[in-house]
Write a protein that binds this ligand. Sequence first.
Ligand code: NAD
Length: 478
Amino acid sequence: IPVDSFDLVIFGGTGDLARRKILPGLFRRFCAGQMPPEAQIVGAARSEMDDSGYREFVAEAIHEFAGPLSEDAAQVEGFLERVCYVAIDAKGEAGWEELKSKVREDLVHAFYFSVAPSLFGDIAERLHLHGLAGDESRIVVEKPFGKDLDSARELNATLAKHFDEHQIYRIDHYLGKETVQNLMAVRFGNVLFEPLWNAQYVDHIQITVAETVGVGGRGSYYDASGAMRDMVQNHLMQLLCLIAMEPPAKFEPDAVRDEKLKVIRALEPVEPYHIVRGQYDKSKDAPGYRQDVENPRSFTESFLALKLHISNWRWAGTPFYLRTGKKLKARTSEIVVVFKDAPHSIFGADAGRHRNVLAIRLQPNEGMTLDVTIKEPGPGGMRLVDVPLDMTFADALGPEAEQATEAYERLIMDVIRGNQTLFMRGDEVEAAWAWTDPIIAGWTARSDVPKPYDQGGSGPEDSLMLMHRDGRRWRELK
Ligand code: NAD
C-alpha cells in the first residue's frame, strides 16, 4: 500500500548507516511501489557535493547493499530521480536556507538524524529556527539514546523543546523485524498461547543476541559503552518487553508502549551473582578485545549474561536469562520460551523429559518454531520425540518475503504513516536506563573484571554456570 507523499531528509546522508541500511531500504520500498511519485529524499551532510555526486553515492550504496533488485537499471534510475543533496553544517548556518527551499510545505516531512547524538540538539534547534519544525514534521533518532539516565533525560528534554512526543521516532531496528511483529500476532491473535503465558506454565525464557564479529572499527565508541549499554539497555530490553507485557487493549502505539513500560518498571534489581561479564581473549590468529579497542587495561564487557526477575503477578518466580556477546560461535538472535513439564508423565521414566519450547528467531532465517512431543513413528512402542512445528511464512512466500522484510525499510515507512507502535517512547528509554544504571554502578564499585572467553565459543564458562546452577541450560548457539 503506497504511503502519503513525503520529503525525507537524511542528516548524515553520506554516513555508514545511510549507505548500508537507509538508502538501500528506501530503494526497495520504491521497487515495491510503496513510494508515491512525488516523494523526495534529501541527503544532508557535511561533505561538499552536488546532486549528481550524491546520486552516484546512492547508486553505489544500492548496488552494494540492496540485493538483486539493484540489477534493474530502470528502477535504479527512477529512484535516483527522487534523490537530491544539500551540504549542511549541523552546528553552523551553511546549507539551512537551501534545505528549506527543497522541503515542500504541504507534505509529510521526516528528518532522519543519522548522525552522532551530540548533534541532535543542534539539528533540532536549527530545524526550529528555519521554520522546518512544523506540526506535521517528524524526527527519527538513532541509538545510542544517551549513555545513562541523566544523559537520556537531557536528550529527551532537548528534543522536547521543539518537538512533541508524537513527532519523535526513536528507532530500534529489532522492533522492525518481521518475527517480532509475528510474536505479537501469535501471542494475541490465538487462544492457544496466552492462557499458558505466565509463571504457572513457563519454566523460563531465554533471550540471546550473539554476534560473530568483534568491535570492528567502533573500538573507542564500544569501549566507552560495552554490551550493557550497546545491546541490553535497548535491543534485549525491547524484546523482553514484547515477550513479557500484558495484552494491550488495542494494537495502538501508546497502548503497546504503556504495557512495555510496565514491564521495565517491574524489573527487579539484579543480584551481582546473576551477572556474568566477559571479554573475548586473543587467539592464535586474532587479537583480543583489549587489542581491538587499543586499551590494555579495559574493563568493558564484550559479553554479558544476566538472570532477571519481573515482579508482577504474571511472572513472579519465572526467570528470564539474557545474553549477548561478540566473537561468539554463531550470529544468532532468538527468544526461547521453555514451558514446564507436563504435570504427570503417563509414559513412565523411560520416555525421558519432553518440554514444549517456542523459539522465535530474529536472525538469521527469521522464523518461529514450537517443539511439540509426539510418538516416534514406527513399531518401536510408545517412544516420544520432540518435533518442531514451523510457524514461519518465509518458506511459503519464497525469497521475495526475505527481500521485503528488512527492518529499517518497514520502520521508515511507519514514520511516514505516522505510526509509532514500533518506536520507543521517551519514558520507556528513561525507565530502561533507570534499571541499567545501578547495575553498571554496582560492577564499577566492585571493580569487577570481565572474564576472558575464547573466540568462536559460547562465552565465559560462568555464563553456562548461571543456567546450570538452576538445572537449566542455554539453547545451543547455531
Ligand atoms: P558516520 O560517521 O558514518 O556518518 C556520520 C554522518 O554525519 C556523515 O554523513 C557526516 O557528513 C555527518 N556529519 C557529521 N558532522 C556533521 C555536521 N556538523 N553537520 C552535518 N553533518 C555532519 O556515522 P554512522 O555510522 O552512519 O552513524 C550515524 C548514527 O547512527 C550514529 O548516531 C550512530 O550511533 C547510529 N547508528 C549507526 C549504526 C551503523 O550501523 N552505522 C547502527 C546503529 C546506530
